[in-house]
Design a protein around this ligand. Sequence first.
Ligand code: CAA
Length: 267
Amino acid sequence: MTTNKTTCKNLILDYKELGIQIVKISRIKQLNALNTETLEELKETLQVFAKDTTVRVVILTGDGDKAFIAGADIAEMKDMNTSQGVRFSRLGHDVAKLLEQMPKPTIAAVNGFALGGGTEMAIACDFIIASENAVFGQPEVGLGIIPGFGANFRLPKFVGLPRAKELIFSGRRVKADEAFRIGLASFVYPVEGFLSKVIEFACEISQKSSEALRASKKTINELSETNGLNAKLDAEAQTFGTLFSSYDQKEGMSAFVEKRKPKFQGL
Ligand code: CAA
């Protein structure tokens, strides 16, 4: 299979035969956590791939063998205020919407930790393929915030409302086998050869009619949700941002950076 690799600062873009475009987030030292710069690169890149007719399927994955995306960048978010929090959430929404509404299939190849914004980007894709070491979760309430990249809206669609609430309220981690059982992941493959298995599946899809795929995705999306989508996401962004004025957000995120347990005050 021939490939054509391009590198942005925080992304590795790898085009393979049969229209398979891999977008690999590459901030290995931060376990591919999403900072503003990476989100902006993703937004720009996905806008290009949405229009590029040589791209037939997009695979989103993480660089290295440990993480897909370990969430939004906590070190960057720690000192944000409300308006910066709202802006950051909206940027995450822009990227997630590009994955969700791209006129071609998007697959999340979850190869390790997919926490917070990581699970949120995965569930913005059309479906998830997980490696055996994948770990999902929404740990935000343990940081004094709520999910801000769309999980309040999208997670219930994958796993149902009570399960989504249970996962968001508890922040507990979900391993690949459970993710498969509860409908988060469509397939689970061994770590060794994982990406090749995902590409193999993407190739099967990419050879179908791109026009029928586009129409199918648009119809499924329209019938299943989008009424008032922007207003729903805006409500999430506002609430997410408001929490950046709270004591618990500063304490929760400082505690992570300082590698200690947070002492929340409910303020
Ligand atoms: N933001 C910034 N840096 C992060 C990060 C994140 N989300 N996750 C990991 N890192 C950094 C760590 O700070 C550490 O950096 P140093 O080496 O400089 O100390 C490095 O990545 C490796 O991490 P650990 O040493 O913690 O690795 P570990 O194997 O012990 O644990 C982990 C791995 C369980 C994923 C742990 O790193 C972790 O819990 N990360 C945070 C997960 C999280 O809470 N994500 C949600 C963020 S909030 C969010 O996403 C909001 C939203 O909805 C938009």
